[in-house]
Design a binder for this molecule. Structure first.
Ligand SMILES: NC(=O)c1ccc[n+]([C@@H]2O[C@H](COP(=O)([O-])OP(=O)(O)OC[C@H]3O[C@@H](n4cnc5c(N)ncnc54)[C@H](OP(=O)(O)O)[C@@H]3O)[C@@H](O)[C@H]2O)c1
Length: 297
């Protein structure tokens, strides 16, 4: 298949491009700059010039291909809601462009905020009445497209997608520990984050494109729940700094913008995903990856 990939130059998207090419597919990657187009050419993909807010560019990319994997997202957390709206418009445009085609359309979402405090499964819907799940409207549009002749699916990723080049929450925690000299967690630190390696996540996007049934939710979750205190201990060991429990009142000063996130209990299951598309994570788990993938260099 020839697949239109948005976010094709990103941390996970570039792994999806490599995974698709390695499996014999062709890739048309969305590129918003010359450097992105060059990176795609070096990876063996074609570039399609466009932007998430340029809806015509998205529709044209989707129509030109046999399927779409949508991974681009604007990661400016100060405009999180606005960026969720941009995502919904982009997803709506691409779903409309694929209407009646039977082509696969795979979008990206997250497991973390759907039902904090219990294990989220693929059967848990993300609904627009939960404002903290900014991609719930995108999930709804995508799943509804299954009734309009699109083989649509949602890949929800763990809050930690790890591997060399990780720039997200775990490196942010490492930076904070390096700056403050303490690897901290809040209270007992038994709240959990799920995790997946970026290469395993990439395999899941390929499987979703190849065989997900219309209207399915899939979970990119290799490890259901790692206690945040265990992540802090790995950071303490990696940096050679003390590990300490702090109170919720101290969390804002220690963690700044991550303070709300560091206390979330967000375990998630991928049992249905493994069963339905035959996904089997193969890479290192988060704690081993932190020790072996240059997180502290
Ligand atoms: N990394 C994680 O731990 C994690 C966890 C859960 C969910 N996710 C989700 O997984 C997806 C991929 O994440 P990632 O880590 O690969 O992200 P990333 O490394 O930040 O890459 C973002 C991608 O989106 C593109 N992009 C950003 N703004 C755009 C715009 N206005 N128009 C067109 N393209 C734009 C970027 O293009 P440029 O190269 O031009 O900047 C890049 O290709 C995202 O939806 C993300 O929210 C990630």
């Amino acid at each position: 298949m020839r697949i239109f990939v948005t976010g094709a130059t990103g941390f996970i998207g570039s792994a999806v491009v490599a995974e698709l090419l390695g499996a014999g597919h062709q890739v048309l990657g969305l590129a918003r700059s010359d450097s992105a187009a060059d990176a795609l050419a070096r990876a063996g993909a074609e570039a399609h010039r466009g932007e998430l807010v340029d809806l015509d560019s998205l529709a044209a990319g989707a129509r030109a291909c046999d399927g779409v994997a949508h991974l681009a997202f604007i990661h400016d957390f100060s405009k999180y809601q606005e960026n969720g709206d941009i995502d919904r418009r982009a997803v709506t445009t691409m779903a409309d462009a694929l209407e009646g085609s039977g082509k696969p359309f795979v979008i990206t979402s997250g497991t973390a905020l759907i039902a904090p405090g219990r294990t989220v499964t693929e059967d848990d819907a993300a609904t627009s009445d939960n404002p903290s799940v900014v991609r719930a409207p995108s999930e709804e549009v995508t799943l509804a497209a299954a009734d309009r002749g699109v083989r649509s699916s949602v890949v929800r990723l763990s809050p930690s997608v790890h591997g060399p080049g990780d720039y997200a929450f775990v490196p942010a925690l490492i930076d904070i520990a390096r700056r403050t000299g303490v690897a901290a967690y809040v209270g007992e630190g038994t709240n959990r984050w799920s995790a997946v390696h970026r290469l395993d996540a990439a395999r899941l996007f390929r499987l979703a494109l190849e065989k997900a049934a219309p209207g399915t939710r899939l979970h990119g979750v290799a490890e259901e729940g790692i206690a945040v205190c265990a992540i802090a201990e790995a950071i303490g060991e990696g940096l050679g700094v003390p590990v300490r429990s702090i109170t919720e009142d101290e969390a804002a000063a220690q963690f700044d913008w991550l303070a709300h996130f560091v206390v979330i209990d967000a375990p998630a299951s991928s049992a249905i995903t493994r069963e339905t598309v035959g996904w089997q994570p193969q890479e290192n788990g988060l704690l081993k990856d932190m020790r072996e993938s240059g997180y502290f260099s």
